[in-house]
Design a protein around this ligand. Structure first.
Ligand code: B1M
Length: 212
C-alpha cells in the first residue's frame, strides 16, 4: 500500500482524523499536491459514488466520506496555490439552486484561486437571482462559475444564464459550467461560454477566458 492508497482508503472509510495527517505526510514526503488530490482524494469519492449506485453505500457514508475529503483538501489548499501569483481577474462561483454538493465546486474554486483569481464563493443551493444580485453589486466580475451534480439541478444552470441575460449583464461576463452530469453539448445548449470536465481544466480555461 502506498500513502496515496492509504489516503483513498481513509476517505472511503470516512476517517476524517486519519486523512489530514496522511495528506500532510504525503506532502512531507515530497509528493505533488495535485497528484495527492487527483490520485488519492478524488478517486475515493468516485468509488463511494459507484457503491451508492449499486446500493452498497448510503447517504451517511457519502457524507462522512465527503467530510473526510474536505479535511484532506484543507491541508492541500495552501500547497495548490501558486505563491505570489498576480491577481488575474475576478470570479464568482456557486452550486446551483436545489443542489447541495460542494466538493467539486470547492476544488474548482481552489484551483482558480491558485491561478491568481479573486473568487467569491456563494456556496450551495444558489438561486439564479443570487448570481444576478452579486453581478449587479460587483461590476468588475469577469467570470461566473456554475456547478451542478444532479441531473435534476442541471437545468438551473440554464435558468441562471437566462436570468443573467434578462438582467442585461450577459455581455459583461463569461459563464463557465461543470459538474459530473454536465457535458459540452449541454453547455452549448444553454449558451455557456465554457464547459470543463475537472477543476484543473476549469482553472486553465478561466485564465484563457480573461486573457481573451
Ligand atoms: Co450525492 N449524488 N446526492 N451526495 N453524491 C451523486 C452526485 C450521485 C451521482 C450518486 C450516485 O447515484 N451514484 C447521485 C446523482 C444522480 C443523478 O443526478 N443522476 C447523487 C444523489 C442521487 C444524491 C441525493 C439525491 C441522495 C439522496 O438524498 N437520496 C442527495 C441530493 C442532495 C442535494 O443536493 N439536494 C445527495 C446528497 C449527497 C451528500 C450530501 C450525502 C454528499 C455531498 C456532500 C458535499 O458535497 N458536501 C453526496 C456525495 C458526496 C455524492 C458523490 C458520492 C460524490 C460527489 C463528489 O463530491 N465527487 C456523488 C457520486 C459521484 O460523483 N461519483 C453523488 C467528488 C468531486 C471532486 O467530484 O463534484 O464531480 P465532482 O466535481 C468534479 C467535476 O465534476 C468538476 O470538477 C470537480 C473536480 O475535478 N466540476 C466542475 C464540478 N463543478 C464544476 C464546475 C466547473 C467545472 C468543473 O466550472 C464552473
Amino acid at each position: 500500500m502506498t500513502i496515496i492508497d492509504d489516503i483513498s482508503s481513509a476517505v472511503l472509510r470516512g476517517k476524517r482524523k486519519e486523512v489530514a495527517p496522511l495528506v500532510q505526510q504525503a506532502l512531507d514526503e515530497g509528493l505533488d499536491p495535485v497528484a495527492i488530490l487527483n490520485d488519492g482524494l478524488v478517486p475515493a469519492m468516485s468509488v463511494i459514488g459507484e457503491k451508492f449506485s449499486a446500493g452498497e453505500a448510503f447517504v451517511p457514508e457519502m457524507l462522512v466520506a465527503a467530510r473526510a475529503m474536505a479535511a484532506g483538501t484543507e491541508v492541500l489548499k495552501p500547497h495548490l496555490a501558486e505563491a505570489g501569483a498576480e491577481p488575474l481577474g475576478k470570479a464568482v462561483i456557486g452550486t446551483v439552486r436545489g443542489d447541495m454538493h460542494d466538493i467539486g465546486k470547492n476544488l474548482v474554486r481552489m484551483m482558480i484561486e491558485s491561478k491568481g483569481f479573486e473568487v467569491t464563493d456563494l456556496g450551495v443551493d444558489v438561486a439564479p437571482e443570487q448570481f444576478v444580485t452579486f453581478l449587479q453589486e460587483h461590476e468588475d466580475t469577469d467570470i461566473v462559475c456554475c456547478s451542478a451534480l444532479l441531473t435534476t439541478t442541471m437545468p438551473e444552470i440554464g435558468a441562471t444564464i437566462r436570468a443573467i441575460e434578462e438582467a442585461g449583464l450577459r455581455d459583461r461576463v463569461k459563464v463557465m459550467v461543470g459538474g459530473a452530469p454536465v457535458t459540452q453539448a449541454f453547455a452549448d445548449e444553454v449558451g455557456a461560454d465554457a464547459w470543463t470536465p475537472d477543476a484543473g481544466a476549469a482553472a486553465a480555461k478561466a485564465v484563457e477566458l480573461v486573457r481573451g
